[in-house]
Write a protein that binds this ligand. Structure first.
Ligand code: ZN
Length: 338
């Protein structure tokens, strides 16, 4: 039977906007407002299905974070502290609740994917997550959304071999730390070289430890690196790693701050690169783990660039999905035959 086209699942939640970082902070609520507006009115309006998030549950969070850290964060928010651990990490009264919802977005999306409600999922969350450590906020991140999602996928659905591919401009130190001794979760990051870039981790020599040795792969790029540099790494390093590891589910840490006009990094990616990355992610999922592709928003700080690059990425994802007309559905079915 021909497979019918499925929508792209998008997790959006107005409560993410209540995490108020102040008027001058780059990680502001405008980021999600701009993405939502673009998805509502742009090219993809009739291809996406929007769902709300849910709060991450206690045990989902404590699979990654210390219980005491949860208490410390909640207390800081509720007692009116202006930041947690470093002034970069601005908080308000509602930040703890917003962060719970951001961490629950991955599990919410995974439930929908496993119920075959969509071809892939994109969680448009804030606060972002990949810098958050077990017991410390860092780089605008409080809970490690991608790490929480990975453990949930393993524990709830027994998808043991997970690959997290993080192409935010910055190294996802928190994701790496969560899984560096774990041979079942492969963390692969393409980022600006730590010599020039926050947070100073993600050297090529960091390959994991203990039984997790070899399932961490850092691919740092010098400032000024462009699309060609990324695509070269994809064919020389990323695709061989995928072929060897054979993931049962794929999580993409999608940061859009490597764009050449985003001054949060010195990388020089074009807007079109994100469309290519979307097509690539969809093709990898199609090959190794059909229907199990979750993308989580990380960075991206230019108001005029972020919604466009997100749309390009999602259009790339959808370009590799089953199309809608009967004739195309037939040809697609043929393409999927072994
Ligand atoms: Zn970043």
């Amino acid at each position: 039977m021909p497979r019918l086209s499925q929508p792209l699942l998008v997790i959006q939640d107005q409560h993410f906007l209540q995490h108020d970082t102040g008027p001058d902070h780059p990680e502001g609520s405008w980021r999600l407002t701009a993405i939502a507006q673009r998805l509502r009115t742009g090219l993809l309006a009739d291809r996406v299905a929007i769902f709300p998030s849910r709060s991450a549950r206690r045990q989902e969070l404590t699979a990654i974070h210390d219980e005491n850290y949860l208490l410390r964060f909640e207390e800081a928010a509720l007692t009116g502290r202006s930041y947690l651990d470093h002034p970069d990490n601005q908080i308000c009264y509602d930040s703890y609740q917003a962060a719970l919802l951001a961490a629950g977005a991955g599990p919410a999306a995974i439930d929908l994917l496993e119920a075959r409600q969509g071809c892939a999922a994109f969680a448009a969350v804030r606060p972002p997550g990949h810098h958050a450590e077990r017991a410390m906020a860092l780089g605008f991140c409080f809970f490690n959304n991608a790490a929480v999602a990975a453990r949930y996928w393993q524990n709830r659905y027994q998808r043991r071999r997970l690959m997290i591919i993080d192409w935010d401009a910055h190294h996802g130190n928190g994701i790496q730390a969560a899984f560096e001794e774990d041979p079942e979760v492969f963390y692969l990051s393409i980022h600006e070289h730590p010599t020039w870039s926050f947070p100073g981790t993600g050297w090529g020599e960091e390959r994991g430890s203990g039984s997790g040795r070899g399932t961490t792969l850092n691919l740092p790029l010098p400032p000024g690196s462009d699309d060609a540099a990324v695509l070269r790494l994809v064919s020389e390093k990323v695709e061989p790693a995928l072929a060897q590891f054979q993931p049962q589910a794929l999580i993409i840490g999608a940061g859009f701050d490597g764009h050449r006009d985003d001054d949060m990094s010195g990388l020089a990616y074009s807007s079109q690169l994100y469309g290519r990355l979307g097509r690539l992610a969809a093709s990898w999922a199609g090959r190794y783990c059909p229907g199990r592709l979750l993308t989580l928003l990380e960075g991206g700080y230019r108001p005029d660039i972020l919604p466009l690059t997100v749309e390009n990425y999602l259009a790339g994802l959808l370009a590799e999905q089953p199309p809608t007309t009967d004739s195309q559905t037939d040809s697609n079915q043929q393409r999927e035959m072994p």
